[in-house]
Design a protein around this ligand. Sequence first.
Ligand code: CA
Length: 220
Amino acid sequence: MRLLLVEDDPMIGDSVHRGLKREGFAVDWVAEAELAEPALRSGNYDLLLLDLGLPRKSGLVLLKELRAYGSGIPVLVLTARDAVADRVLGLDTGADDYLVKPFDLDELGARVRALLRRQTGRAQPEVSYGDLRLNPATHEAVFRDKDLALSAREFTLLVALLERPGAVLSRSRLEERLYGWGEEIESNAVEVYVHGLRRKLGADFILTVRGVGYMVPRRP
Ligand code: CA
């Protein structure tokens, strides 16, 4: 899952950025609303983490503009303002949830997962597919009743494919899910993760659609 973080406080930004990356999300971080706009218009993001108190243009104005042009991206507002009025205004402007600073990184991770789950129409916290069960909160994977050891990126890639069985995801789409800006991407990284997953789940678990990308079959 690819997230955009808009936060001008370097310490909070850095800790949120690192915390969410550790959880296996690809996270891009900008410090101003003006820099967030072109990134959001690319449509590459699954969720926006938005500070309200930003220099020049406020988070609320950005949020209002986003909703005005029809963006349905889930928005989690991060705000130091604990005044009820700001939270209400944020939610009424189109935010989906909020956290008041200082917040706990584990709670942030849980709220991000809950919003993403809702976005993909999934009420269950677990992803299951045939004999495989994945828990995005704990990164635990169980395959044929046995614990399965997956790296954070193998896990993320697998969740991306299992969200929409039958849909083909291109290599670049998968890279977007796995990496944030400025992170070095080995040219064959996706192939390497797919290879690792096939070794663990069976050669036919992930199908290659030549020249297009990868998919898991609609039915396991
Ligand atoms: Ca701020």
